[in-house]
Design a protein around this ligand. Structure first.
Ligand SMILES: Cc1ncc(C[n+]2csc(CCOP(=O)(O)OP(=O)(O)O)c2C)c(N)n1
Length: 366
């Protein structure tokens, strides 16, 4: 296994807030692995106290929302499939920290973390998972098909996010927008043929597309080495440059995507492989223990957890303290618990709503 948490080194701390916390700290990380790139993302950067608290809150909220969804699934409120992302929060939060609301993300069925990062309220996420009319897609998308203005899926077909995001990239370029598309696909999906067709088109026209290989070690139950001739997924775009980043480290992910966005706008497509780890089973029904030992999951939680590691760093840098973080966690947890209770009582969509939101024309069904 190739998981690696790059160790952060403190360089220096600058300024102090009124409450005695440092206003910001400067960090340095090891260089990224690069493919067809002369230079990579910055390895030395600043984290402000404000961002530190925001990132911690975002990752905590994602995890707690996932846990609440698992509970609702176990209580039979959520039917069908539900794919969670505990352990993969730094990838979602790090990407969001680097892009704007005008950039468009095309996600897989493992969507709630992205939805949370994109700013969809927890209540709308959970209501959608339960198929309620108060859900973000009015209960018609469900747990795998959560959409928003800046998030095109939740997609169930693996690999399909890449052509979709390529089309979005084409639109960005055609409309001369200063934005990028980000297509998420797993390392298991990385062998799908349609990915390579889309890569070709994106490079041919130098579209502003970022292809994000969300490597979480397992494709359902299969480890990449068993099915992929080459497991350096960041090189698999061949003529498309790529880089590999520690996906358990939100700051490394943020810097990678700041770089990738700039690169994509100036030069065309780029591939970023994020190395994280999925604690959950593949879906909520799967305990995830038929193909790996419990010890492995525990070891990852103890040594590489993206939230715990980030918390340790920001405490060490005096950007916050235990009391402040405890309050943040309580705040987030309360909001999620209230939402989880509320959605149980919400109404299911009326059958007439099946005819709504199909075409852009509002009077389509008349
Ligand atoms: C075209 C297609 N083939 C097969 C499947 C069934 N399937 C669902 S998830 C999955 C594994 C995907 O693993 P990976 O791409 O690594 O993503 P992860 O679930 O780990 O996020 C497969 C094969 C599918 N959804 N679409």
């Amino acid at each position: 296994m190739y998981l690696c948490a790059k160790s952060f080194q403190r360089i220096f701390v600058q300024g102090f807030s009124r409450r005695g916390f440092a206003k910001e700290a400067v960090f340095e990380i090891e260089p990224y692995q690069l493919h067809r790139l002369d230079t990579g993302p910055s390895t030395r950067f600043t984290l402000t106290r404000k961002d530190a608290l925001g990132y911690f809150k975002m990752m905590t909220g994602m995890r707690e929302t996932g846990d609440a969804a698992q509970k609702l699934f176990d209580q039979n409120y959520i039917r069908g499939l539900l794919h969670l992302c505990s352990g993969m929060e730094a990838v979602r939060a790090g990407v969001e920290a680097a892009i704007t609301s005008e950039d468009i993300l095309v996600g897989t069925y493992r969507i709630h973390g992205w939805a949370y990062a994109r700013g969809i309220p927890v209540e709308e996420i959970l209501a959608e998972f339960l198929g309620k009319s108060t859900g973000r897609c009015k209960g018609k998308g469900g747990a795998m098909h959560l959409y928003s203005r800046n998030m095109l899926g939740g997609n169930g077909i693996i690999g399909a996010t890449v052509p979709l995001g390529t089309g979005v990239g084409f639109a960005m370029k055609y409309k001369k927008k200063p934005n990028v598309s980000i297509s998420v696909y797993g390392e298991g999906a990385a062998n799908q043929g349609q990915i390579f067709e889309a890569f070709n088109m994106a490079k041919l026209w130098n579209l502003p597309c970022i292809y994000l290989c969300d490597n979480n070690v397992y494709s359902i139950s299969t480890i990449a080495e068993r099915v992929s001739a080459i497991t350096e997924f960041y090189t698999r775009g061949d003529y498309i440059p790529g880089l590999r980043v520690d996906g358990m480290d939100i700051l490394a992910v943020r810097e990678a995507f700041v770089f990738a966005k700039r690169y994509a706008l100036e030069n065309g497509p780029i591939l970023v492989e994020t190395m994280s780890y999925r604690y959950n089973g593949h879906s909520a029904k799967d305990e995830g223990l038929d193909y790996r030992k419990k010890d492995e999951i525990e070891h990852m939680k103890q040594t590489q957890d993206p939230i715990e590691n980030f918390k340790e760093r920001i405490l060490k840098e005096n950007l916050t303290d235990e009391t402040e973080l405890k309050h943040l966690v309580e705040e987030v947890t309360e909001e999620i618990q209230i939402a989880a209770e509320k959605v149980k009582e919400d109404k299911e969509p009326h059958r007439c709503s099946l005819y709504e939101d199909v075409y852009q024309t509002e009077d389509y069904h008349t």
